[in-house]
Design a protein around this ligand. Structure first.
Ligand SMILES: Cc1cc2nc3c(=O)[nH]c(=O)nc-3n(C[C@H](O)[C@H](O)[C@H](O)COP(=O)(O)OP(=O)(O)OC[C@H]3O[C@@H](n4cnc5c(N)ncnc54)[C@H](O)[C@@H]3O)c2cc1C
Length: 536
């Protein structure tokens, strides 16, 4: 990761982009399936990009660690949602960040914060820049209120600083991207095992600041569950919590910073609970003709106390897209892992549960070879999970709307929510898009009291990328209204950012919005930290 070049306009790295010829081939295949001609948009060329001049002259100390070239500024002015890719392809570069600062140590962070605080300059903390909710978007910062906007890229602060083998935890810097921190832990036979789909280009600080959802489908679903202690730098100073396995001492400081989205300060490092690398793994694939039976099986698994590390339900369309089945059956993937013990008992009990819901078992395997397990999971995961975001960008270049939204809700209310959401999206697809597309659903995480459903929408949109944003917003707005109406969360793990504020304000408990504003006043009295996220 360290020596690879980031793609300035889309997901990931230059060396992994899908070649144009392959995209065109995919376009012909999809055109047949969608019954529509697909066009092809060329990749934008950085040499065509003319950005306005930076509006400030940085003091010498900051100029030394700053980048102001068009490539760096463009890369750091957007996140990586479907809408962001459309904005970039559509040439929406009117309000880029004025400079990108790369702190080399914590003193640099303090210096840039002081400078912003004293000069009314907006500071956007930037980890991997993989936000899909407008969390790092400069163009949404109110220009009248700020002299300039700086992105502060934290990825040079990427070290595992300390490992406590007795307590099995590690002190990791906030800017470490997924592969960089995992490589350092691997040398000690350890792993954080937090694998969001954005793993390649997202950072520990970003995960904490957005309460990201990772690898574990039960139990340690959010990064929250792996935190022992957090350290932060804010415009009003430095703070850190005790390292504790648990504490009942008042409302939790760590929890305040989980989901803080850069609005109060920068998470510089955290002591994280880590795992020994798994040596045993057991998994099964269960196929269901009836989606409702698959839901009931997922619920029983979630309530069984087995706590599988993987328990992902895919509806028939999701299963097909992921190369499982023929598009007629739902698939429940269950996986257990351990560094300590064989897993046959767990897997057999899971098998009994799914079979009691009329599942057909296709794969049932138990493995106990640690290196092979890691290699297997890495290669499978690389091929589909890691490639998916590159594919998303390719589809955007083919004129498609391809986007997701996610939530969580209790089991009792899920059927009604699912019915309303799918009916609403199908109606919009029929009325506005001539049926050319689909909506699919999977559960990314399951809890004893409810699932976290994740919906994907794919349809042919207008060729002009900026018009496609408006088309997507119609869908997104309608489904977000349904989520709040039925008491589902506006986000299970993608965060609030700028995109979800309108619905978050309806979800937030009375008085808590005021509490957050007061927290902001305490840590960031001049409101320079990532203005507009979380709190208007
Ligand atoms: C293709 C794709 C797949 C994704 N898959 C998942 C997934 O599986 N699970 C999931 O949860 N999310 C997923 N996301 C969303 C995104 O990756 C997560 O929100 C991730 O946690 C963001 O991390 P980041 O380092 O990229 O943060 P950034 O995008 O850089 O920043 C996100 C927010 O956190 C703030 N921030 C960043 N670093 C710090 C810091 N050190 N201190 C304080 N604030 C900070 C930023 O200011 C911003 O508000 C996906 C996104 C994409 C594009």
């Amino acid at each position: 990761v360290e020596n690879r070049i980031r793609n300035w306009w889309g997901w990931g790295f230059e060396d992994s982009k899908i070649p144009d010829a392959e995209i065109k081939q995919l376009g012909s295949l999809l055109a047949e399936r969608l019954g529509s001609e697909l066009t092809f948009i060329n990749e934008p060329d950085i040499s065509d990009l003319k950005l306005r001049e930076p509006r400030i002259k940085l003091p010498e100390r900051l100029a030394q660690i700053a980048r102001t070239d068009a490539r760096e500024r463009a890369l750091h002015s957007f996140g990586r949602s479907f809408q962001d890719i459309c904005r970039i392809l559509g040439g929406s570069f009117e309000r880029p960040v004025d400079a990108v600062i790369y702190p080399q140590d914590y003193d640099d962070i303090t210096k840039v914060m002081e400078y912003c605080d004293q000069n009314k300059i907006a500071l956007i903390p930037f980890g991997g820049g993989s936000s899909v909710v407008g969390g790092v978007n400069s163009f949404e910062v109110n220009e009248e209120s700020y002299k300039a906007i700086l992105a502060v890229d934290l990825t040079n602060l990427n070290k595992v600083l300390d490992i406590d083998l007795t307590s099995r935890s590690a002190l990791i810097q906030g800017g470490a991207l997924g592969p960089i921190l995992e490589n350092q832990l691997k040398d000690h036979g350890l792993t954080l095992r937090h694998f969001p789909q954005s793993f390649e280009c997202s950072s520990l600080g970003g995960w904490l600041a957005t309460r990201s959802g990772g690898h574990f489908a039960t139990l340690y679903t959010h990064i929250d569950d792996l935190v022992e202690s957090i350290a932060v730098i804010t415009p009003s100073g430095y703070s850190r919590s005790f390292r504790l396995p648990g504490s009942g001492a008042g409302p939790s400081f760590d929890r305040l910073w989980l989901g803080s989205e850069g609005a109060f300060g920068i998470i510089t490092e955290a002591w994280m609970r880590i795992f020994n690398r798994p040596k045993f793994r057991a998994s099964l694939e269960a196929y269901f003709s009836d989606f409702n039976q698959a839901i009931n099986a997922s619920r029983e698994i979630a309530q069984s106390g087995l706590y599988p590390s993987n328990a992902r339900l895919l509806d028939p369309v999701e299963a097909l897209v992921n190369g499982l089945g023929d598009g007629m059956k739902s698939v429940l993937l269950i996986g257990f892992e351990s560094h300590d013990h064989e897993l046959n008992i767990w897997l057999n009990r899971a098998r009994e549960i799914v079979e009691s819901h009329k599942a057909e078992l296709k794969a049932f395997e138990v493995k106990s070879d640690s290196e092979k397990i890691m290699a297997d999971s890495t290669s499978k995961w690389r091929s589909s999970f890691i490639r998916m975001p590159y594919l998303r960008d390719a589809l955007v270049r083919l004129g498609l709307i391809v986007e997701t939204f996610e939530t969580s809700i209790t089991w009792d209310k899920f059927p009604e929510l699912h019915k309303e959401i799918t009916a609403c999206v199908k109606k919009i697809l029929a009325d506005d898009f001539g049926q050319k597309g689909w909506i699919s659903c999977r559960f990314t995480h399951v809890y004893p009291d409810g699932p976290a459903p994740y919906y994907s929408v794919l349809t042919v949109g207008k060729l002009d990328p900026l018009s496609r944003i408006t088309q997507w917003q119609e869908i997104k707005s309608a489904v977000s209204d349904i989520l709040i109406k039925l008491g589902a969360t506006i986000t299970h793990h993608h965060a609030v950012g700028r995109d979800h504020i309108k619905w978050y304000e309806k979800q937030v408990a009375r008085g808590y919005d005021e509490v957050l504003k007061n927290v902001k006043k305490t840590y960031d009295p001049n409101c320079v930290m990532n203005p507009g996220v979380l709190i208007r």
